[in-house]
Write a protein that binds this ligand. Structure first.
Ligand code: DSN
Length: 485
C-alpha cells in the first residue's frame, strides 16, 4: 500500500468545505446537497474508470475563487485585457512547473480539455507547416494581406491535409481524426491498428501505412490500449515520411511525470508536440495542456483566440498546484503504484479466467474482453455498476458488437491507487469483478436470441459484492478525516 493521496490537513479541509457549502447552500441548497452527495457517491464505489482520479483538496479548492471572474485572452505578458498581472503569475507558474515536470522546452497551459489541447496542436501544425510557407510564398506576413485568390488557395491547402492515427477499436481516441469529432472533418484520416494475433502495435505495419498515406501528422496516444508505445520508433517513422509527430498522452501523463514511462516510452523528447489532459493519471484539475518543441511554440501560444475561448485562470492556478504536487518525490511512488496495481489487477483477472486484450498491461489500464462470459460490454458495465463497481464499456479490436454495445470493459487503477489500494486490494477487486461477470446472464429475446443490453444476475450477487467492496473502501477512505456532516 502507498500513502498516495497528496497530503492535506483534514481539520482545515473540513472547515474549508463546510464553510464553502454553507455559503453555496444559502443561495441554492440543492447544489450544496448535490456536491455533498457526489462526495458520498465517490466514497462509496470502486472507481475503476481509467480516465478518472481524485484531485487533492488543495487542487480542488484552488478552483473556487475570483480568478474565475477574470478575462485574460492572450499569453503571459501579452494580453488583450488589462489587469492580468495575477493571471500572469499563475499561468507562468503552471507553465514553469510543467516544463520542469516533463522536461519540455515549452508548455501552454490554457486548453480547457483534451479535445481543446489537440485542436491547439493541430492548428499549430497547420499554421507552421501549411500557413506560414503560404504566407512566405505570397510575400506577406498576415492572412489579411493575402489576395482573394491566395486566400482561397490557402484554405484549400489547409483543408487538404492528412492525419494517421491509431484506430478507435485498437484503443485510439475520437480526436485523432475520427468523424464524430472535428478532427475527422479537418483531416483526411487513415488508421493503424494492432496485430490481430497479439493485440500489440505492429510498428512495421505503421511504417508501411505511413509510407503509403504520407500524412502531415502522425498521431500516437490512446485511451484504451493497455501497453507502452515506443515513441522513439514512432518518431523515426514520422521523420521518414516527413510527418509532424504529435502524441496525446492524456491517459498516461501521470506515468510520464512519475518516471514510470521513460526513454523510448516517454513521448515528450520524441514528439514535436505533446498534448494531455491534466485530470487523469496526472491527478490535477479538469483541463488540458500542450507541450511543444521550440519550432511549434509560437503557433501553440496562439491557441487562444485561434481555437480556444478565454483561458480559465482559476483552472490554470489549480494546474500549477497539481504540477507542484506531481514534482514531489511521493508522486513517483504513486505513479509506480498505479502501474504495479494494474499488473496485480490484470493478473488477478487472468488467473480467474478473464480474457484480457493483449494478455495483460504495462500501463495504468486493463481491457477485459467480456465475450468469454457471454456478455456485451454494456451488460458487463451495468452489472458491475449494480454491484458498486464503476467502469466503462469499451470496444475491443475488431469488435463484433460495435461502438455502442461493445465487447469490453476498460478498467484503470489511478483513482483507487490514490485511495491507497495496493496489490492485495486489486486482487480482491479482480475477484469481485469476475464473480459479477460470471454471475450475469444475458436475457433471452422473444425471437430466441439474446439481448445485448438486458441481463439477470444471480440472486443477491450485487448486494454481496457491494458489501465486499465496502470493506475494501472503508479500509481506504477517500479524503480521510474530511467530514462534511
Ligand atoms: N473520456 C476520456 C476517456 O475516458 O478516456 C477520453 O476522452
Amino acid at each position: 500500500m502507498t500513502d498516495a493521496t497528496a497530503p492535506f490537513d483534514a481539520a482545515t479541509a473540513t472547515a474549508a468545505y463546510r464553510s464553502a457549502l454553507q455559503v453555496i447552500g444559502a443561495v441554492e441548497p440543492r447544489v450544496a446537497d448535490a456536491i455533498g452527495a457526489e462526495l458520498a457517491d465517490q466514497r462509496a464505489s470502486l472507481k475503476l474508470i481509467a480516465s478518472e482520479n481524485y484531485a487533492s483538496p488543495a487542487v480542488l479548492l484552488t478552483m473556487g475563487n475570483w480568478f474565475s471572474d477574470k478575462y485574460a485572452e492572450g499569453t503571459v505578458g501579452h494580453r488583450f485585457y488589462a489587469g492580468c498581472q495575477n493571471v500572469d503569475t499563475v499561468e507562468a507558474l503552471a507553465a514553469e512547473h510543467a516544463r520542469e515536470l516533463f522536461g519540455a522546452p515549452h508548455a501552454y497551459v490554457q486548453p480547457h480539455s483534451g479535445i481543446d489541447a489537440n485542436l491547439v496542436a493541430f492548428w499549430a501544425v497547420l499554421a507552421t507547416r501549411v500557413e506560414a510557407p503560404a504566407l512566405e510564398k505570397a510575400g506577406v506576413r498576415h492572412v489579411n494581406e493575402l489576395t482573394d485568390d491566395d486566400w482561397r488557395d490557402l484554405r484549400h491547402a489547409l483543408g487538404d491535409q492528412r492525419m494517421l492515427g491509431m484506430s478507435l477499436d485498437a484503443g485510439g481516441h475520437l480526436t485523432h481524426g475520427f468523424r464524430p469529432n472535428i478532427s475527422g472533418k479537418m483531416f483526411e484520416q487513415s488508421s493503424y491498428g494492432t496485430d490481430p494475433g497479439t493485440g500489440l502495435l505492429d510498428y512495421d505495419a505503421v511504417r508501411e501505412r505511413a509510407r503509403e498515406f504520407r500524412p502531415l501528422i502522425l498521431m500516437a496516444g490512446y485511451s484504451a490500449y493497455p501497453r507502452r508505445v515506443d515513441f522513439a520508433k514512432m518518431r523515426e517513422i514520422a521523420d521518414e515520411v516527413g510527418a509532424t509527430f504529435v502524441v496525446d498522452m492524456a491517459h498516461f501523463a501521470g506515468l510520464v511525470a512519475g518516471k514510470v514511462l521513460t526513454g523510448d516510452f516517454d513521448p515528450v523528447p520524441h514528439a514535436h508536440v505533446t498534448t494531455t489532459t491534466t485530470h487523469k493519471s496526472l491527478r490535477g484539475p479538469r483541463g488540458g495542456m500542450v507541450l511543444a518543441q521550440p519550432e511549434y511554440a509560437d503557433a501553440v501560444d496562439r491557441g487562444c483566440p485561434m481555437v480556444l475561448g478565454g483561458p480559465l485562470p482559476h483552472v490554470m492556478a489549480a494546474k500549477a498546484v497539481s504540477f507542484a504536487e506531481a514534482r514531489r518525490p511521493e508522486f513517483a511512488g504513486y505513479a509506480q503504484a498505479v502501474a504495479d496495481n494494474a499488473q496485480s489487477l490484470a493478473e488477478g483477472l487472468a488467473r480467474r479466467g478473464a480474457t484480457l486484450v493483449t494478455g495483460g498491461t504495462d500501463n495504468h489500464l486493463v481491457l477485459v474482453d467480456v465475450t468469454s462470459f457471454g456478455l456485451t460490454g454494456r451488460q458487463a458495465e451495468s452489472a458491475l455498476l449494480d454491484a458498486g463497481i464503476v467502469t466503462n464499456r469499451n470496444a475491443v479490436p475488431a469488435d463484433p458488437n460495435g461502438a455502442w454495445y461493445t465487447s469490453g470493459v476498460r478498467l484503470g487503477t489511478p483513482a483507487l491507487t490514490t485511495r491507497g489500494f495496493g496489490a492485495a486490494e486489486f486482487d480482491r477487486t479482480a475477484e469481485l469483478i469476475v464473480d459479477v461477470l460470471a454471475g450475469t446472464t444475458p436475457t433471452a429475446t422473444r425471437d430466441g436470441g439474446v439481448s445485448k443490453a438486458k441481463y439477470t444476475t444471480t440472486d443477491g450477487l450485487a448486494d454481496r459484492t457491494r458489501a465486499a467492496a465496502a470493506e475494501l473502501l472503508d479500509a481506504h477512505p477517500l479524503y480521510p478525516g474530511l467530514d462534511l456532516d
